[in-house]
Design a protein around this ligand. Structure first.
Ligand code: SF4
Length: 269
């Protein structure tokens, strides 16, 4: 099954679990009530376009061709224009515009193009969909891994591409829940007999763009903790426990602020 087919069935994902943990009322609006967001966040559209262009870059690498920097930035310009046209409800944060995202995207991709080290890893898959069952969880965990590579010793390297406004700390990388789920997914989807290394390839939107790669691993205990957390999230969902976390980092850019206000003013439901 491809990711679209997997998404059509009941499931949990790294994103939905993290949403529940950060603010379970937001989870309810998005995943239970399936309310359309009040606007489209600019950073989400921008990040998705960068992600898509990196996929094109690595797809060309997979078929043995190297894309030029000009081709790469032209792809970005085309896809950014298309994405904004398709999202008339896009809302730019203060200080951000279509044009400065255009400049920023090209500059980030140029940084990626010139600073990405030659690892010699063999590229096995891009946007690899996965689905796995956990004991005690009646729905599968689904998602897609950005990039799966293999080094000369047979170790599997799982990469997630990120666009971020700041660099990550070592603790953030080592505790990154999405990477933990991807590691479990890799084991459940054919790589259980391999060493697995996890990696964040991060483009940082500072004034002078930066590209940083963060390598990390997960122990069995890390995976067990993640699974325990997922089961607790499921218990909360199935019992209808949806609590607003109105001091969350998510509140500032929340795409359900009006629904949230209404929920508070009505005394909740
Ligand atoms: S505004 Fe804050 S508390 Fe309300 S739903 Fe959004 S994230 Fe949750």
């Amino acid at each position: 099954m491809n990711l679209q087919e997997l998404r059509a069935l009941p499931h949990l994902s790294a994103s939905s679990i993290s949403t529940y943990v950060d603010c379970s009322l937001m989870f309810k609006f998005a995943y239970v009530d399936r309310i359309q967001p009040e606007f489209t966040a600019d950073a989400l559209v921008f990040g998705t376009v960068i992600h898509r262009v990196l996929e094109i870059y690595h797809h060309m690498r997979m078929v043995g061709e190297k894309i030029s920097l000009l081709e790469l930035t032209s792809h970005f310009e085309e896809k950014w224009r298309e994405a904004v046209e398709k999202n008339p409800g896009i809302r730019y944060r203060e200080g951000y515009t279509f044009d400065n995202y255009l400049i920023s995207g090209k500059s980030l991709l140029a940084t990626y193009y010139t600073e990405q080290p030659e690892t010699g890893f063999k590229l096995l898959a891009l946007e690899k969909p996965f689905s796995y069952q956990l004991t005690g969880l009646p729905v599968p965990i689904i998602g897609a891994i950005d990039m799966v590579e293999e080094d000369e010793s047979g170790t599997i390297i799982i990469t997630d591409h990120k666009t971020s406004s700041k660099a990550y700390s070592a603790d953030e990388v080592d505790g990154n829940f999405q990477l933990t789920l991807y590691g479990i997914a890799a084991k459940a989807n054919g790589y259980s007999d391999r060493e697995i290394i996890l990696k964040l390839d991060c483009l940082v939107k500072t004034q002078k763009p930066k590209f940083t790669q963060y390598y990390t691993v997960r122990s069995e205990m890390d995976e067990q903790r993640a699974i325990r957390k997922i089961l607790a999230v499921w218990e909360g969902i199935s019992k209808g426990v949806f609590i607003p976390n109105d001091n969350s980092w998510r509140c500032k850019g929340c795409t359900y602020r009006e629904h949230c206000q209404e929920w508070f003013s009505k005394g909740g439901d």
